[in-house]
Design a protein around this ligand. Structure first.
Ligand SMILES: *Cc1c(COP(=O)(O)O)cnc(C)c1O
Length: 377
């Protein structure tokens, strides 16, 4: 058995799947699933509050993203609103955004009723548990993992597609085999696109940025340019897993459970440290059971307050972000009317839970909250 096959076996054991295929990244993993199902030209449902790579994967497969509303309870798709959109859809992408398990039972039931395959995006959720305590990455027709930066197993490279379906696994392998090998050039272009998205967001979506939030014509033109480049970036994401990274992945996988436990512990510590400021203008979004917390998520009422707080944290040299704005704001022709996804975009504040979440970080965040929330009162 090759080293690559050994790692694929490890992923099967971790998720309870029959087949695992290492791929270049999570984005191409999603694209390959849609291609293997022959969904070019078809509508694919996905949460509007999501990492931009999810709709990009749909676009790169030649399919049509259909953005759907999410709910605050788990930051995932709101199954109750999907009956009409699911009719005639090619696939449902059930994304565990923020590492928070989405409502798999309800989503699978509705997808089954509509005869629509469910693809599980577990890019941020490897090591987490879904219904019945079963490992995430083991639900739906196929599941996708990522080993990119900030993921539960973080190598800055690679991903995987998992399935129990023999025929689908064979089609996925054939499609992947037709892709070029990994190249540093392709990775650099992916990173450039990510940087452009962040810049665009800072300029046009945050209040008090270099530009002006929502600034009409200039923002629209910038978004349109970004959309063209993002759509054209398909070939950059389309490459195979770099076998040179196999040993590193094999070494990292056994540490997954410990990583997840550490993130949960840091989340708990952060929650305790922030307790005096919670309630009122600052709301804590508690993780659902089985989550692999990516970052701590808070809502800050009134958008200028969130953006002011974010800038104050950055000015103090502290890691904080405000992901995710609605993906449709960047990629759709017309704005989507999703009040919950919109509210998350305007109000969410994410704090760090990786190794940079130290006691000093927690203390410094508390000092900024103290100043900023006192200043608003
Ligand atoms: C990171 C991520 C992806 C894309 O994975 P890459 O390996 O970065 O291409 C897709 N979906 C979700 C939910 C992610 O967090």
């Amino acid at each position: 058995m090759s080293e690559l096959q050994a790692v694929e076996r490890m992923l099967c054991r971790a998720t309870g799947r029959r087949h695992a295929l290492l791929v270049g990244n999570g984005t191409i993993g999603l694209t390959l699933c849609l291609q293997a199902l022959g969904l070019a030209g078809r509508r694919v449902l996905l949460p509007d509050s999501s990492c931009l790579n999810v709709p990009l994967a749909v676009l790169h497969a030649g399919a049509v993203p259909d953005y759907a509303e999410v709910r605050l309870a788990d930051l995932g798709l709101d199954a109750a609103r999907l009956d009409a959109p699911l009719r005639g859809a090619g696939a449902l992408l059930a994304v565990h955004g923020y590492g928070s398990p989405c409502d798999l039972v309800a989503l699978q039931a509705r997808a089954d009723a509509a005869g629509c395959p469910l693809i599980e995006d577990a890019c941020l959720a490897l090591g987490g548990q879904g219904p019945g305590g079963r490992p995430l990455g083991g639900f739906g027709l196929a599941s996708v993992l990522s080993f990119g930066a900030g993921k539960p197993v973080s190598l800055d490279h690679g991903g995987a597609v998992l399935t129990d379906d023999d025929a689908l696994a064979a089609r996925l392998r054939a499609l992947d085999a037709g892709l070029p090998a990994f190249s540093a050039g392709a990775q650099a272009r992916i990173d450039t696109l990510g940087g452009e998205h962040t810049r665009l967001y800072n300029q046009h979506c945050l209040v008090g940025g270099d530009g002006e939030a929502g600034n009409g014509a200039a923002a629209a033109a910038a978004m349109a340019g970004f959309r063209r480049r993002a759509q054209a970036a398909g070939p950059d994401f389309g490459h195979r897993f770099d076998p040179a990274r196999c040993a590193e992945l094999a070494a990292a996988l056994p540490g997954l459970a410990a990583t997840v436990a550490l993130r949960q512990q840091r989340l708990q510590q952060l929650h305790e440290a922030l307790a005096p400021w919670l309630g009122g203008a600052l709301q804590w979004l508690a993780p659902v059971p089985g989550a692999v917390p990516w970052r701590a998520n808070l809502l800050v009422a009134a958008p200028p307050a969130r953006d002011r707080l974010l800038r104050a944290l950055h000015a103090a040299g502290l890691h904080a972000s405000s992901w995710h704005p609605p993906a449709s704001d960047f990629l759709a022709d017309a704005p989507a009317a999703h009040p919950v996804a919109g509210r998350i975009g305007r109000e969410v504040l994410n704090l760090w839970l990786d190794a940079r979440c130290t006691p000093a970080y927690r203390d410094a965040v508390c000092r900024v909250l103290d100043e900023q929330l006192a200043a608003t009162a």
